[in-house]
Design a protein around this ligand. Structure first.
Ligand code: HEM
Length: 476
């Protein structure tokens, strides 16, 4: 088993910072290279690493700062073209590139031209992730970070994306989130995951951290730079998508779709259909294990059970529909030819989700209040194309997924090439929900690189001539 170099890995890669419930993501743009490098060099000393701390120490933690860069950011900081060419193609092109938008299904209102940020009109170089214990600590951190940015005089704030305080682990449609999550081998998180969910998919470190052996048994090519061949070691690719959720539209649609013949609302049928969309009840309880009802209905109890597969227990989708969000996002053992092969293959398309909701909870889920709310979807992976993009393209937005016809993910799918249907398999007869809407709109996004600490120091100490750095690096 690989020994992870915790001192060089950013803390965000191994932790979602549940103990720091307040967060703001600062999107920054570089205008002066020399001062930005100096700012980066100073900041790197404050970036939280993944070095394990005791429970008592963690409870004392007030904030955490982590940092990631886009391809343009790296280029502006002076990484030479040969080094830039060693990054994955998806990262080099960026999420807003026409070709990638097609892969991701970002069309119409979700097209990059419509985005608030991350497109050609409003590009981003740096993502500064600031997490804090409470609102006051977050305010204090943001004040300090902004003072440093202003003093550096070479960096502009493009946007501050607030994820506020997480009230609970429910996303805005009302479902428990953050349950299905792989464990990185050697990360020390296995027993916690087993305790929490009753299940753990342990994956090789190289699936999420560059420079380590992956599920294929090899160390994948990692970015390298002049004078620092292992520039990409201990890093990961960070996918960021600001996804607005149209909550009232979602619940009104479900309400209309499940009305009784006399036209009155049927709450139980509405909640059941919502659960069929997701594959879990709002409490988080999985349909495969609880097909007939939410075991926690009417309570605020959350359920993180994750010890189930589809092939044996629910091959036909009678409990969790074939096209439900969790079954598309992670088909587990369902996509043949046999359950073991399917499981092995699905593991190679896993992501670590680190998203947080933004915006206030809608007071009445059936009445829009004119403000934007949604999910700052963040995921980490060592191969954007094989992991995040494959899930998005081959599973979520696949109109012929697992034998279905002309439908996509009912929660977040692109409906351009569908009949706007969602099939709920049942015995003896399936039912079909029609006239699906887009309940989610992408408002911005980018591919970032979450570096190891040594690589950040390398970038901060780059001079216009690379040879200065090489001298300093050898002296260290
Ligand atoms: C607004 C957008 C989204 C919402 C509201 C949402 C909601 C949810 C919910 C409620 C769950 C079930 C709870 C859990 O297992 O954590 C879930 C699971 C999951 N989602 Fe999403 N999601 C969104 C976007 C995405 C995107 C863009 C992807 C990837 C392309 C994705 C991938 C996954 C995965 C991999 C799982 C875990 C499946 C499993 O292992 O069972 N989600 N999501």
């Amino acid at each position: 088993m690989a020994q992870l170099e915790h001192h060089d890995i950013q803390g965000f890669l191994l932790s979602s910072y549940g103990h720091l419930p307040c967060a703001t993501y600062l999107l920054l743009r570089i205008s002066d290279v020399a001062s930005s490098r100096q700012w980066l060099a100073r900041l790197t000393d404050e970036v939280r690493t993944a070095v394990a701390v005791s429970k008592a120490e963690r409870e004392q933690e007030v904030f955490s700062v982590n940092l990631a860069l886009t391809h343009t950011g790296l280029s502006k900081l002076g990484l030479d073209p040969a080094a830039l060419a060693t990054f994955s193609l998806a990262f080099q092109e960026g999420m807003a590139a026409e070709h990638r938008a097609r892969i991701l299904g970002d069309t119409k209102d979700s097209a990059p031209q419509e985005w608030h940020w991350g497109n050609a009109d409003n590009p981003v170089d740096i993502l500064l992730l600031v997490f804090a214990r409470d609102e006051d600590a977050l305010e204090a951190q943001l004040r300090q970070r902004r003072n440093d940015i202003v003093a550096a005089r070479g960096i502009q704030e493009v946007s501050a994306l607030s994820a506020g305080r997480q009230e609970d682990t429910k996303e805005h449609f009302g479902f428990a989130d953050g349950i299905g999550q792989p464990v990185i081998e050697g990360s020390g998180r296995l027993s916690r995951q087993l305790d929490r969910t009753g299940h753990a998919t342990v994956l090789k470190a190289g699936e999420f951290i560059l420079g380590y052996v992956n599920d294929y048994g090899v160390v994948a090519d990692t970015p390298s730079a002049t004078g620092m061949p292992d520039f990409g070691r201990n890093a990961t690719y960070l996918v960021f998508r600001q996804m607005a959720q149209h909550v009232a539209e979602f619940w009104r649609f479900l309400d209309d779709a499940t009305r009784r013949s006399d036209g009155t609302s049927d709450q139980a049928a509405r909640e059941r259909l919502a659960a069929k969309f997701v594959g879990r009840w709002t409490s988080g309880a999985p349909l495969v294990k609880y097909p007939s009802g939410d075991p926690h209905a009417g309570t605020s109890t959350l359920n993180s059970e994750n010890d189930f597969e589809f092939y044996e227990n629910d091959g036909h989708g009678f409990a969790c529909p074939i096209g439900a969000h969790i079954r598309r996002a992670n088909p587990r053992d369902a996509l043949g030819p046999d359950s073991q092969t399917a499981l092995q293959s699905a593991k190679r398309h896993s992501i670590l989700r680190r998203g947080r909701s933004y915006g206030h909870r809608l007071a009445n889920p059936f009445v829009e209040d004119g403000t934007e709310r949604g999910l700052h979807f963040i995921c980490l992976n060592s191969d954007i194309e094989r992991q995040f993009e494959l899930i998005q393209q081959t599973w979520i937005n696949n109109t012929t997924f697992s034998g279905l016809q002309r439908e996509t993910d009912p929660l977040i799918g692109n409906h351009d090439k569908t009949d706007r249907l969602f099939t709920v398999q049942d015995d003896p007869l399936r039912t079909r929900v029609s006239n699906l809407r887009s309940f989610v709109t992408v408002k911005g996004g980018a591919y970032f690189f979450l570096h190891g600490l040594r690589a950040l120091r390398y970038l901060g100490s780059l001079k216009d001539s690379i040879f200065h750095y090489q001298t300093e690096w050898r002296d260290e």
